[in-house]
Design a protein around this ligand. Sequence first.
Ligand code: ARG
Length: 464
Amino acid sequence: MKLWGGRFSKEMSGDTLAFTRSLDFDLKLWPYDLAVTRVHAAALNLCGLLSDEELRSVQEALEAMESELEEGIFPFRPDDEDIHTAVERELVERIGEAGARLRAARSRNDQVAADMRLYVKKESAAVARLLLALCEALLEKAEAHLGVIMPGFTHLQPAQPILLSHHLHAYLEMLRRDLERLREAKRRADVCPLGSGALAGVTFPLDRRLMAEELGFAAISANSVDAVSDRDFLADFLYALCMASVHMSRLCEELVLWSSPLFGLLELDDAYATGSSLMPQKKNPDIAELMRGRAARAIGTLQQLLALLKGLPLAYNRDLQEDKEATFSLVEGLKRGIRALTGMIVTMGLDSARMRELASRGYLTATDLADYLVRKGVPFLRAHEVAGKAVSMCVGRGVELSELPLEDLTSLHPAIGDDIYDHIRAEASVEMRDLPGGTATRQVREALRRAREWLEEEMEYWRE
Ligand code: ARG
């Protein structure tokens, strides 16, 4: 059965159907499509377009279909174009005229927009919950390792000593922003387009607010033309996913680097690593690599949607069907990925001793030597020069700054006294950065306390 056909004198060609059919992927929308159909039937009933008895038969049929869809035994036909058609065809076949009445006052255009909005609301919450578990894993690591010093990097060159917990907290900040974006994406999807019809609205007095309320939408759309052609909410959702993927990809890049024996900063748990079919000694961070790859997919998916939208005249165009396949595949893949990444982080072992050891190599406290001189009244520019000379001295002798004898340091600048050694230890370097947002233990402890507070509130917000 088709939802149209009266004006056509020929059957649709096989090629047309094969190309235009979306059932393979929009099948995913069935829970939303049933909900929307249920609410539509109730609204028709209120308008007097569907009798109480007919409404009951629609509801019963939808219930039966729901369990069949759940069990995967719904009798789809090869010529069902999409999920909307399939549901309606079955309704007509099962209950006859009552089913045939449902097409009144709706179009697949407002229907699919409603389905997609419900989908985004549901999935933004699902992704948010998984990201929160990832946050919990990172926060636990940060809390458990408070006090561990590691080299901080710029340009991937050892730069200044920082607390490992400070480094991990940086990712918590990124993810905190991602969760804000997901809240926003969910809020933007929370508008009900039903009642917009094909584009102009409908001629029956559907109670739009009631329909919205029954579906759990916060508001109704203000313009029927916009409502059927708008996919901004999906772009917002994809951008939120993109940004989170980019953050996770950066984290994964570090997991890859740090787990390399050349860095030797962490050891992956066997359950979250993979081997090589050829090289027996290998333990590979495939999860992290695939998450980096998945970020590319996220970026591609957003780009695809924006490209899809940019040339569309109002209102609905079939191009919009192309918003689904990549989105669904991205969301499923990301959810699996976030779960695996979280497990990888929970189980990995961090080598605190090696981190501390690396933090005392490579003259990471040269800035602190300069700052020491600034405290003694030397302008930073001059102090920087002195510290640079000290480093050059170290390079020549193959020693660290703290190993230079006092005479040599004093020869570089007379203001240097023997208290210098207290200033150029990694611990001192870290603790001196005692301002909000800095890496001193006191500050990081406070930052983690706030992160914990935030996490609990956020978990409450996204609770099912
Ligand atoms: N499968 C379509 C989509 O995903 C449903 C809407 C079709 N509307 C239409 N007028 N052909 O966009």
